[in-house]
Design a protein around this ligand. Structure first.
Ligand SMILES: Nc1ncnc2c1ncn2[C@@H]1O[C@H](COP(=O)(O)OP(=O)(O)O)[C@@H](O)[C@H]1O
Ligand SMILES: [Mg+2]
Length: 375
């Protein structure tokens, strides 16, 4: 039987937020022989067991009524703003067989990971924002980051650098406007950070402070790594690819959406650290990704993919900056790695089909068991 895969995503008046990727996703699913459609929470008619689904048309999208999906991949990128108010209650209802479990915010992820002694060495020191925590961290680190718990794309992040007799601040607002200023006392700094949070927060979102990492592998630039870990068609975690991102000059973040550019990892790291050290770094990145997903799945249930943002500092030390449960794949396209991009799009679908197949096999086996007993 042809399997039906629903992709849960945000659908607003202006359409879908990542239309290019979603088009590829539906097409890849069709190539795998599945029936795939996109839908938002508002498209579901639970009592009628049907859904208004969307698929790519020649130009734009066409919609139709679909039966209940065999499995749903949750690709909804949620932010705590009014236009996303339907999502959380909808997702909690668990009306579907989801391929990926619900996840949580960055700060909570950090807390969960830091309970595992084998992961602690990769975690930058991270504390909720309070004046006391700010003072404490400023004593230990020359650079701090202030970040919103639900941030994405480098938005609303402020970088604080301790100078002789003051602080330098660099940040990017929700609207991606760059901000830069100097302050001359810790009291002024507290006030500025509190004003920033008040202005930048979505709903009642919290902010946290993080040890700043020395990621200037190129002077005056932030360089970090993006590693994509995905489940494959046999249910195993695989590392689909890795690339580096270099932020624009004087930017506090490297995100591609904030003007960052992609670089191939192995070549750049070998030039910067030498062949041997580069191999060690890449191996460590892979090892930490696999360890981390295992820990996360223990806490949150089965997951489908993560885009890791990893710091590689000037001493070659590797750090987990964050892990994105609904990651983009643009880095592979920017690197000209078309095959890898396609594989990155396809893998979650293959995994969803694997889950269904396995259930079918289990069901068949149970039938046999009953038959054996009855005989
Ligand atoms: N503690 C840190 N030290 C140095 N750079 C950081 C730190 N935290 C974040 N950054 C930079 O900012 C970028 C965005 O931060 P991240 O936590 O990934 O938030 P977002 O969800 O907005 O991408 C990172 O990719 C990195 O370039
Ligand atoms: Mg990030």
């Amino acid at each position: 039987m042809r399997k039906r895969i629903g992709i849960l995503t945000y659908r607003g008046e202006a359409g879908f937020t990542e239309p290019g990727f979603l088009r590829q996703l539906v097409k890849e699913g069709q190539r795998l022989g599945a029936e795939v459609f996109l839908f938002g929470p508002q498209d579901v008619r639970y009592s009628e067991r049907r859904i208004r689904g969307y698929v790519p048309a020649e130009s734009g999208w066409k919609s139709d009524w679909y039966g209940w999906p065999d499995i749903v991949i949750d690709r909804y990128r949620y932010y705590p703003t009014p236009k996303h108010s339907l999502y959380l209650p909808f997702r909690k209802q668990n009306w579907f067989h989801y391929a990926n479990s619900r996840f949580t915010n960055k700060f909570r992820v950090h807390q969960v990971l830091s309970q595992d002694p084998s992961l602690v060495r990769w975690l930058p020191q991270t504390l909720p924002y309070t004046r006391d925590n700010l003072t404490l961290l400023l004593k230990q680190h020359r650079i701090l980051y202030l970040k919103p718990t639900n941030g994405t794309g480098g938005r609303s992040i402020l970088r604080v650098e301790r100078l002789k007799g003051g602080y330098r601040l660099h940040g990017r607002t929700k609207q991606q406007a760059k901000s830069s200023e100097k302050l001359y006392s810790t009291t002024a700094l507290c006030k500025r950070l509190e004003h920033w949070m008040e202005h930048e927060k979505n709903g009642n979102e919290q902010f946290f402070l993080q040890q700043g990492l020395a990621l200037d592998l190129i002077p005056e630039r932030i360089v970090d790594a993006r590693l994509l870990a995905q489940k494959d068609g046999s249910g195993q975690w695989r590392l689909t690819g890795m690339g580096l991102r270099i932020g624009p000059p004087r930017s506090s973040t490297s995100n591609l959406h904030g003007g960052g550019k992609a670089l191939p990892a192995a070549v750049f790291l070998a030039e910067r650290f030498g062949e041997q050290e580069a191999s060690r770094i890449i191996l460590e990145c892979k090892e930490l990704a696999l360890k981390t997903v295992a820990c996360i799945e223990e806490h949150f249930g089965q997951m489908i993919e993560f885009g890791f943002d990893l710091g590689i500092d000037v001493a070659g030390r590797v750090w987990i900056i964050e892990m994105n449960p609904k990651p983009g794949r643009d880095i592979f396209r920017q690197l000209g790695q078309k095959k890898r991009y396609q594989q990155a799009v396809r893998r979650p679908l293959e995994y969803a089909l694997y889950l269904l197949e396995n259930e079918d096999v289990k069901r068949e086996r149970n039938k046999d068991d009953i038959w054996v007993i009855e005989a």
